[in-house]
Design a protein around this ligand. Structure first.
Ligand SMILES: N[C@@H](CCC(=O)N[C@@H](CS)C(=O)NCC(=O)O)C(=O)O
Length: 224
């Protein structure tokens, strides 16, 4: 059986978890907050999430894990069959990560410590986000899913990216980023309403306290 390593408060973890549940792939969850030598055997860059396959191979990087799961478990496909359409789905995923998720992540330390974001950082993040927003306006069709009438990996990916955009970016920059993309709010409601997203949201909330206690202990350099 596949093992999913990480913690339920992580949006990257939840991307993989959503794919596993959508494809009905049996898996177990192994709670892991990283930052220890042993975990590097599983995830060489120490990043959450990682999976261990049924064959005992460890894989990290969420988009790599997504592609592995699609290749190894092609039932309930999450990419279109056509090469160009597949690449377009991956394009949305890549843009979501590089130009929405990652710039918003730069703001996490400021939100976490409740300190003001330096102007130069806010400006840089805003500029990068603006490019991501323009790209998504150009690429997403919302009919009703991002790439057409069928749910794809891009829908799962962007849904969890938006956790960080809404939870960190919008509050730190005082900017409702999602509102810039027509159709995004309705799409978010659609995805958030599905059974899998609801279950993941419940599991995420259940992990909130432990996650923040672990992070605080780390910031204060104390064992938890
Ligand atoms: N590119 C990685 C990013 C994963 C990532 O940043 N995960 C966070 C948790 S949500 C993490 O491991 N943070 C701890 C660290 O960077 O040391 C992926 O797609 O899986």
């Amino acid at each position: 059986m596949i093992t999913l390593h990480g913690f339920a408060y992580s949006n990257y973890y939840n991307i993989i978890k959503h794919v596993l549940l959508y494809k009905n792939i049996p898996f177990t969850e192994s709670l892991q907050y990283g930052a220890n030598e042993q975990f590097l055997e599983i995830s060489p860059a120490g990043k959450i999430p990682a999976i261990t396959t049924e064959q005992g191979i460890h894989l990290s990087e969420s988009s790599v894990c997504c592609d592995y799961l699609e290749d190894a478990y092609p039932e309930e496909p999450l990419y279109p069959a056509n090469n160009e359409a597949r690449a377009q789905v991956r394009q949305i995923m890549k843009i979501s990560e590089l130009y929405l998720e990652l710039p918003c992540r730069r703001l996490i330390p400021f939100v976490f410590t409740q300190t003001a974001v330096p102007k130069v950082v806010a400006e840089e993040v805003r500029n990068t986000l603006s490019r991501g927003i323009e790209a998504l306006i150009h690429l997403c069709v919302f009919t009703p899913y991002l790439a057409g009438s069928k749910l794809t990996m891009a829908d799962i990916y962007l849904h969890y990216v938006m956790n960080v955009v809404d939870g960190v970016g919008s509050s730190a920059l005082d900017w409702k980023i999602g509102d810039e993309i027509e159709g995004l709010t309705e799409w978010q409601t659609l995805i958030a309403g599905c059974d899998i997203a609801q279950k993941i949201s419940v599991d995420r909330e259940a992990n909130r306290e432990d996650f923040f206690a672990t992070m605080m202990a780390r910031v204060n350099n104390q064992p938890k």
